[in-house]
Design a protein around this ligand. Structure first.
Ligand code: GH3
Ligand code: MG
Ligand code: MG
Ligand code: MG
Length: 302
């Protein structure tokens, strides 16, 4: 197949013989997962990484395919997975119902192997292209790290996930010191290269997969740290500061240091210091950054 990544297909049918027949058609080109029950299908669909396509039987005991489809489409984490119903229900209104539930396509049993392969290929092609576009839309073109759009999405998601009252969420706002004189003296090309290096130096520091480093805009970066309290956030902020210092990028026109440095503002939502919303958390990190700047730059402030 032409797509660089091998796509995964989840086949759901209460009859193992049906699963076998479909798997035999597709296993040469795709990674196959199978489930004979709706519950199991939901569990497999929620895994990371999720399947790229689901072939879904309708008539099954316990939970039928329509129910499985509804649940998948109502869950943020699984709603984007395309579903093709594969079913013996051949009435026009069955097909209409399935498509209205959000299914991408509909195949009637008994099926033609060539048509199944072609319809699957088309859906997978579309899915992988959508994934690529989504990735590009969330990435900063200059530095290749997540962009402002991704940051906003992440902060919204993490704020929504704060259910337990004892949970913490930290936010860092980072700004390169004296970057205007850097650009003015070394040129815009060098400025861009400096931004790339600083972005990478920041990006590689956090160790937990849930953490996000993004370019917020211009020479500003932002870091979202889920389940991180004041102490953890301070520790990480100091490591970020050191990581940029360790680049040792010469900056003879800075009155802070002879190398490129950053200032960092830290804010935490915690039981000790609850914030009303994500916007309030961001404003607090911004205020802390402003303070780091006014206290002399090249430092972490709260
Ligand atoms: P401070 O220490 O107070 O942060 O001073 P500063 O000079 O960094 O602050 P200022 O906001 O005045 O300057 C930011 C500069 O960042 C101005 C702008 O030319 C530069 N900049 C923003 N985006 C880019 C970019 O994509 N590429 C380059 N080369 N420069 C950029
Ligand atoms: Mg069935
Ligand atoms: Mg700035
Ligand atoms: Mg700056």
């Amino acid at each position: 197949m032409s797509d660089s990544k091998q796509a995964t297909i989840l086949i759901v049918d209460d009859q193992p013989a049906n699963i076998h027949a479909l798997a035999a058609l597709l296993k040469k080109d795709y990674r196959i997962l199978t489930a004979t029950r709706g519950e199991k299908a939901l569990e497999l669909a929620a895994r990371t990484p999720p399947p790229d396509l689901i072939l879904l039987d309708i008539v099954m005991p316990d939970m039928d395919g329509h129910e499985v489809c509804c649940r998948l489409k109502n869950d943020e984490a699984t709603k984007a997975i395309p579903i093709i119903f594969v079913t013996a229900l051949g009435e026009e209104r069955d097909e209409e119902h399935g498509l209205n539930l959000g299914a991408a396509d509909y195949i009637s049993k008994p099926f033609s192997p060539a048509i199944v392969r072609a319809r699957v290929r088309n859906q997978i092609h579309l899915k992988l292209r959508t994934d690529r576009l989504e990735q590009v839309a969330m990435q900063d073109g200059l530095t290749q790290i997540p962009n402002r759009r991704r940051f906003d999405q992440k902060l919204r998601e993490e704020w929504a996930r704060l259910i337990r009252p004892d949970q913490s969420l930290s936010l860092l706002m980072i700004d390169i010191d004296q970057f205007k004189p850097y650009n003015d003296h070394y040129g815009h090309g060098a400025g861009d290269e400096c931004l790339r290096q600083v972005a990478q130096a920041l990006y590689q520091v956090p160790q937990r997969p849930a953490d996000l480093v993004a370019r917020y805009g211009g020479e500003e970066f932002a870091v979202v740290l889920p389940e991180t309290d004041e102490t953890g956030a301070e520790h990480l902020a100091r490591r970020l500061l050191e990581s940029v210092q360790a680049l040792g990028i010469e900056h003879d026109y800075s009155d802070v240091a002879p190398q490129v440095s950053v200032s960092i503002g830290v804010a935490t939502h915690s039981p000790r210091r609850p914030r009303s919303d994500a916007e309030a958390l961001k404003q607090s990190a911004d205020r802390a950054l402003y303070q780091a700047k006014s206290q002399g730059r090249n430092r972490v402030s709260f």
